[in-house]
Write a protein that binds this ligand. Structure first.
Ligand code: MN
Ligand code: MN
Length: 293
């Protein structure tokens, strides 16, 4: 089961201006083939379905624990998209076509379907689907797939980073490049303990250091690339059997017992032109008062 904390895994800056086309590109990192929905659901189902977990507990713990971190990643990317779409509304009467800017956005779903917020799909508007989940039950094959998935995700993050200078998008991508680096290394180390093959020598894929991205460099300077957070009160402690030793860039790998300090979940203002959420707080209060007698 899950506990939930009303925090983002990292603080996001407040946007200065809306950026709907930037938000459309960022959607790929949420609900595209290599987005956070895919990493989340791949590791989640692999953990649900893990056979023989009593004898292979460090591997089960690793996949289950990283899955939980990914749940916070969809939250973070959705928050980024929501911030990038905040302030995109134009006020006016219906006849004035206040939503007209939406017809020129890269992703019109943001104007038609979601009231200027994220949806569970990619940059081309296609919805995320379960075909993106690979959970074969074969441990080496699943770990190999996860290693591939993390590096595919890294490639897409880098490309989106290079498509936009939006500071909210870049902060999120910088953080997730570092976290994805941890996951790729963790899966490589897991494979190394099973097979003896030095998979981590392939890293980084693509061959560009995180330090080339100023936002990622900042988080590496804080040592985040050496931390594997344990997202549980008492469980998944055997991740320490895999996440140990020296980071390829130097310094000791460490398991952090608990989540990162993170940042506040942004409070999104209402968008009256989108009828979202339509009711004002006073009206809701009045409705509740009548319901409760
Ligand atoms: Mn992730
Ligand atoms: Mn990951």
């Amino acid at each position: 089961m899950y506990l939930r904390i009303n925090r983002l895994q990292v603080e996001l800056p407040m946007p200065k201006e809306p950026d709907p086309n930037g938000a459309a590109a960022v959607q790929e990192l949420l609900g595209g083939r290599f987005g956070e929905m895919s990493t989340l659901m791949n590791y989640t189902y692999q953990s649900f379905n893990f056979r023989g977990r009593d004898g292979l507990k460090p591997y089960y713990d690793l996949i289950a624990n990283i899955a939980t971190e990914e749940l916070g990643h969809i939250e973070l990317v959705a928050a980024t998209i929501n911030l990038m779409l905040t302030g995109a509304a134009r006020s006016g009467e219906p006849a004035d076509a206040p939503l007209e800017p939406g017809k020129d956005w890269r992703n019109t779903l943001h104007s038609i379907a979601t009231a200027h917020t994220a949806f569970v799909g990619g940059s081309q508007g296609a919805y995320w689907h379960g075909d993106y989940v690979f959970a074969s039950g074969n441990l080496v094959l699943d770990l190999l797939h996860n290693f591939f998935l993390e590096n595919g995700a890294r490639l897409h993050k880098i490309r989106v980073y290079e498509m936009t200078k939006n500071p909210v998008a870049r902060e999120m991508i910088g953080y997730l490049l570092v976290r994805g680096g941890v996951h790729a290394l963790a899966y490589a180390k897991a494979l190394e303990t099973l097979t003896g093959v030095e998979i981590s020598k392939m890293l980084p894929i693509p061959k560009i250091e995180n330090a080339k991205f100023p936002e990622a460099r900042k988080f590496e300077e804080m040592g985040f690339h050496r931390n594997l957070y344990r997202f549980s009160l008492e469980d998944y402690k055997d991740i320490a059997a895999i996440w140990k030793g020296t980071h390829p860039q130097g310094g000791e790998l460490q398991v952090v017992d608990g989540p990162p300090a993170g940042g506040a979940v942004p409070v999104l203002p209402p968008v009256p032109e989108q009828f979202a959420p339509e009711y004002h707080p006073e009206e809701i209060f009045e409705i509740a008062r009548k319901l409760m007698g």
